[in-house]
Design a protein around this ligand. Structure first.
Ligand SMILES: Cc1cc2nc3c(=O)[nH]c(=O)nc-3n(C[C@H](O)[C@H](O)[C@H](O)COP(=O)(O)OP(=O)(O)OC[C@H]3O[C@@H](n4cnc5c(N)ncnc54)[C@H](O)[C@@H]3O)c2cc1C
Length: 391
């Protein structure tokens, strides 16, 4: 392709698509449209170092001004796209501007799922962007009693940062253990014990029923009748892909923009990448949701656009998370009844690598502060996944 490439969304995936296209020799015009007025930045620090006071936001930029100049990209920031006409190959922005394209990439990421119980209450934070993070950091400086709804990795990272800052923290989680839906109950329990050691309290198996003010959130009640008094609430119960602006486009939407394994949507000129997209491998639908996957998919989409042969990005659910100065890494899956085998360290010393197997075949890997064993285990996992009949 030589015609205009338009990328909607200006986050990690967009930056990777741009850099890879230029690296692979694409010389046509590129426009990046972003809803946020900020130059694209990295999100993982928002729930980690930023909350602990590390930096102001400048240091998490994904590319410098001179990178953007060298890539010769027209950046249209602070302007959301509002609709797409794939037949006419035009995307419309909220100020009425229309952009024509030869290829379009949807890289609009995801937004936090909101809970009705917290509508209209103050001192409730959903963490997705830099502004949210700076606001949360400011609020944590007052050492509030913090209620975190959702024991996923973002909720737990905030719990870790807030306890380090001296805030009393309670995590309210609908599942039986934090991270339970991903890691299973046994490993979720290991992670919970580590947080409890740092003073975090948990209400588990406890979907939120209501939150009361008036005005500021003051109390959170669970469906089981338990309740906690809070000065601040953070809600981290998952994200939904930002594809509302595609509702009338006629493109196939599922858990995001439906794409094939190389990121091509139901329209051959439109691609999806990162948190906004899901990829379909036969019957299986795989949303991204994590940093590494978004970057890998972006490289595949860029290569496909410029016509370079490429393999689809791996489907392994890899994520990392930093809590209490330690790195957790996970890849694969932990089906019900999986056997766990410790490869390194021990749960008690909070340094371990554990392999999960199903019917004798490795299927998942979790490590805490054990990066080398994680690499070794990943090689074994990949070998198992390549064996016939194992996915
Ligand atoms: C607080 C936080 C911590 C995280 N920590 C980790 C971690 O430790 N490990 C890990 O693996 N993953 C982590 N993630 C996930 C990871 O950051 C995401 O998977 C990654 O950012 C996805 O990149 P993306 O480009 O698809 O989306 P995003 O980074 O969300 O970028 C999408 C951009 O598109 C813009 N946009 C939305 N709608 C429109 C529109 N209509 N028009 C124009 N622009 C639009 C958005 O404003 C946004 O700037 C974290 C995410 C968050 C929020």
């Amino acid at each position: 392709v030589t015609g205009p490439l338009v990328i909607v969304g200006a986050g990690l995936a967009a930056v990777r698509v741009v850099s890879t296209c230029r690296d692979l020799g694409y010389t046509g015009p590129i426009t990046v449209v972003g809803e946020e007025a900020e130059l694209p930045y990295d999100r993982p620090p928002l729930s980690k170092g930023m909350l602990l006071g590390e930096g102001s936001g400048e240091e998490i930029r994904l590319a410098t001004e001179s990178d953007w100049q060298a890539w010769d990209v027209e950046l249209l920031l602070g302007q959301p796209a509002v609709s797409l006409d794939p037949g006419a190959r035009r995307v419309r922005l909220d100020d009425g501007t229309e952009l024509g394209y030869e290829r379009l990439v949807v890289a609009t990421g995801a937004a936090p799922v909101e809970l009705a119980a917290f509508a209209d209450l103050d001192r409730v934070v959903y963490l997705r962007d830099l502004e949210d993070s700076l606001r949360l950091r400011e609020a944590l400086a007052e050492r509030p009693r913090l209620g975190i709804v959702g024991g996923g990795f973002i909720g737990l990272e905030i719990a870790a940062a807030a306890t380090e800052l001296g805030c009393p923290v309670t995590v309210i989680e609908a599942a039986a253990e934090p991270l339970g839906p991903i890691l299973g109950e046994e490993l979720g329990g290991v992670i919970r014990a580590w947080h409890e050691e740092h003073g975090v309290e948990f209400l588990l198996g406890a979907p939120v029923a209501s939150a009361s003010g008036p005005g500021r959130v003051e109390r959170i009640e669970t469906a089981a009748g338990a309740g906690i008094d809070v000065d601040l609430a953070v809600v981290g119960v998952g994200a939904r892909p930002n594809v509302g602006w595609l509702a009338d486009s006629g493109l196939e939407l599922h858990r995001g923009l439906s794409c094939d394994p190389r990121g091509r949507s139901s329209d051959p000129n439109v691609f999806g990448v990162g948190d906004a997209a899901c990829r379909h491998f036969g019957e299986e639908c795989v949303p991204s949701g994590h940093w590494t996957g978004a970057g890998e998919q972006a490289r595949v989409v860029a290569a496909t656009i410029v016509g370079e042969p490429t393999e689809p990005a791996p489907v392994d659910g890899y994520f990392w998370s930093d809590q209490y100065g330690k790195r957790m890494q996970f890849r694969g899956r932990v089906p019900a009844g999986a056997e766990l085998h410790l490869l390194d360290g021990s749960y008690a010393e909070r340094r371990f690598a554990v392999r999960c197997a199903s019917a004798g075949e490795p299927c998942g890997l979790l490590s805490l502060d054990s990066p080398r064993e994680f690499i070794r285990g990943s090689i074994e996992l990949r070998r198992a996944a390549l064996a016939p009949g194992v996915r």
